[in-house]
Design a protein around this ligand. Structure first.
Ligand SMILES: [Zn+2]
Ligand SMILES: [Zn+2]
Length: 119
């Protein structure tokens, strides 16, 4: 099922960003289509065209390639969290900071493993 852009709610979201700040309640999740992303972050997508997957290094404008995105979501689900963050319960928010730190470690290992297999 396609995730809709949360700004226009018409087009499919193409850019997914999770910002984990100091406190769990400040963790935000934005799912935007390209057009809305350009409105909120003018110029940013030009840089993203040169972007690679932040975990495995594959060229990918979202900053996540599909396999890494799937693994990312699988890991979150396995910890009882799933997108969108707007549907998280207060308990889930309370745990989110720690889970995202664990997730980051997990994804680094996963990305390194993918790079190793591809080369
Ligand atoms: Zn939109
Ligand atoms: Zn990747």
């Amino acid at each position: 099922m396609e995730i809709l852009c949360e700004r226009c709610r018409e087009r499919g979201a193409r850019i997914f960003s999770t910002r984990v700040n100091g406190r769990p309640e400040e963790t935000t999740q934005r799912n935007l289509c390209f057009a809305c992303h350009d409105i909120e972050h003018p110029g940013e997508r030009k840089d993203m065209e040169k972007r690679r997957c932040r975990y495995c290094g594959w060229k990918d404008e979202n900053g996540f390639c599909q396999p890494c995105m799937r693994e990312f979501r699988r890991f979150l689900r396995s910890r009882g969290l799933d997108f969108p963050a707007s549907q998280w319960t207060p308990e889930q928010f309370a745990q989110a900071g720690a889970i995202f730190m664990e997730l980051e470690q997990h994804m680094k290992r996963w990305g390194a493993e993918r790079r190793r297999k591809e080369s």
